[in-house]
Write a protein that binds this ligand. Structure first.
Ligand SMILES: Nc1ncnc2c1ncn2[C@@H]1O[C@H](COP(=O)(O)OP(=O)(O)OP(=O)(O)O)[C@@H](O)[C@H]1O
Ligand SMILES: [Mg+2]
Length: 407
């Protein structure tokens, strides 16, 4: 064996760490980062502030209910988080006791009960685990807000999942509950975020009309809008002179067909990574092209077309689970739970475990999913599943855009 052809463990990582990089701070390119400014969403921010101003001006008198809808990556989450954070801060300076709470319904499998339980446990850590219906929990929450003299703005993000799981009931209760307590100050305001506005059809007439009264629709971003969003991020995260206007336009152009800011940001980050790997001093169009190919590798391969609906739903569940935990692997058990949720969303009857296991083996054979037995310490013995060929977010996005929902 030739000794000098072997690379010592850790050497590649050490080498990468010692190399120069074109990034000065990658954080603004991470998906969790909350920008201070939101180009092309300022009008919507202003409108939200108008809708909610009485919550701070005259607390207790009104409880706005707003619906925000738009396609993937149109800034629904970032808009509500920016708005909520700013509202909470402003309220504090004016001595109004206001808290912003942002909940992703998908994380709670669309269960209002689980969502309320989590909120109540934040207020009262010993809050009992069982024994209440979600309607009772809502009343308890309102009682708590009264005791604490607190107002909350609650955002239910990805409420599509809540509607899929619980139909009209939860949103009806949420929007109406305060009417059952006449004469008391209103303390709960709502922002409902929906990806698909058509989901409104699944609601009862009265909830529909309540929500449609204050609807904010976010359009897909155009190329030039994506460009200015990118410019802000790039200035914060890339060293000066490492990425030209031309390359940024190129990225914006590629993301424009979907109008998706998340895709644009992921693309520019990856392109930077390819530039760094090559030791290039700047991001060049070919890095962007390589990045674009690697973001959607599943889509380009033939085998993806031969996946059946349940294999796709399993893959979607797994991708979402990994995206959420940011881990390399998910256990078979967790992936199966995520699969069942995906089935619910797409109105498919989930298959039994043995059948699902066959799908996993099929997916393993195509190489999209990696499987391995768990090592000691991973909650007993299970199979660990990973997605070695592409970022989980890319796989999720691809599936979400190719799977068709039943009416
Ligand atoms: N106007 C904007 N200015 C700055 N950054 C933005 C803007 N719009 C979106 N982004 C960024 O783009 C990414 C995607 O936005 P966001 O997560 O809000 O989209 P979304 O509409 O919630 O998508 P999804 O339907 O997939 O949940 C985030 O990193 C966000 O910070
Ligand atoms: Mg979102």
């Amino acid at each position: 064996m030739q000794k000098n052809s072997l690379i010592a463990p850790g050497e590649i990582v050490r080498e990468a760490l010692s190399k120069p990089t074109i990034f000065k701070n990658e954080e603004p390119l991470s998906l969790e980062w909350l920008p201070t400014r939101l180009p092309h969403r300022e009008t919507q921010l202003r409108f939200l502030a108008e809708l909610f101003r009485s919550v701070i001006d005259k607390p207790g008198t009104t409880s706005p209910k707003v619906l925000i809808s738009g396609d993937i990556g149109t800034g629904k989450t970032v808009l509500t988080q920016r708005f909520g954070t700013d509202m909470q801060r402003t309220a504090k300076t004016l001595k109004v006791n206001l808290q912003y709470i942002h909940v992703n319904c998908r994380e709670f499998r669309g269960s209002l009960f689980m969502i309320l339980k989590q909120i109540l446990q934040k207020f009262t850590p010993q809050f009992p685990q069982r024994g209440f219906s979600s309607e009772e929990l809502l009343h308890i929450l309102l009682d708590q807000l009264e005791t604490k003299n607190l107002h909350i703005i609650l955002t239910l993000d990805e409420a599509d999942v809540l509607i899929a799981a619980e139909g009209s009931t939860s949103l009806y209760n949420l929007t109406r509950i305060q009417e059952e307590r006449p004469g008391r100050p209103v303390r709960l305001s709502l922002i409902i975020v929906l990806r698909e506005i058509e989901k409104l059809k699944d609601l009862d007439r009265s909830t529909q009309s309540t929500l449609q009264r204050n609807l904010i629709r976010l359009d897909r971003y155009s190329t030039s809008q994506l460009e200015s969003i990118l410019r802000e991020r790039v200035e914060l995260s890339f060293k000066e002179g490492t990425i030209s206007e031309e390359v940024m336009s190129f990225v914006a152009d590629m993301a424009a067909s979907a109008g998706d800011a998340r895709y644009a940001i992921e693309l520019v980050w990856r392109a930077g990574k390819y530039a760094d790997t090559e030791g290039s001093k700047e991001v060049r169009p070919e890095h962007v092209r390589t990045a674009a190919q690697s973001v959607y590798p599943v889509m380009r391969t033939d085998y993806a077309q031969h996946l059946n609906i349940h294999e796709k739903l399993f893959l979607l569940g797994l991708a979402r689970a990994l995206e959420r935990t940011q881990e390399t692997y998910a256990s078979m058990g967790d992936a199966e739970i995520a699969y069942k949720m995906a089935c619910e969303e797409y109105k498919e009857e989930p298959r039994a475990h043995t059948q699902v296991w066959k799908y996993v083996q099929n997916l393993g054979a195509t190489g999209i999913v990696s499987t391995q037995p768990s090592t000691a310490g991973f909650r007993g013995k299970t199979t660990l599943l990973g997605l070695p060929t592409a970022p989980a977010s890319a796989i999720r996005r691809w599936l979400e855009s190719s799977l068709v929902r039943r009416p």
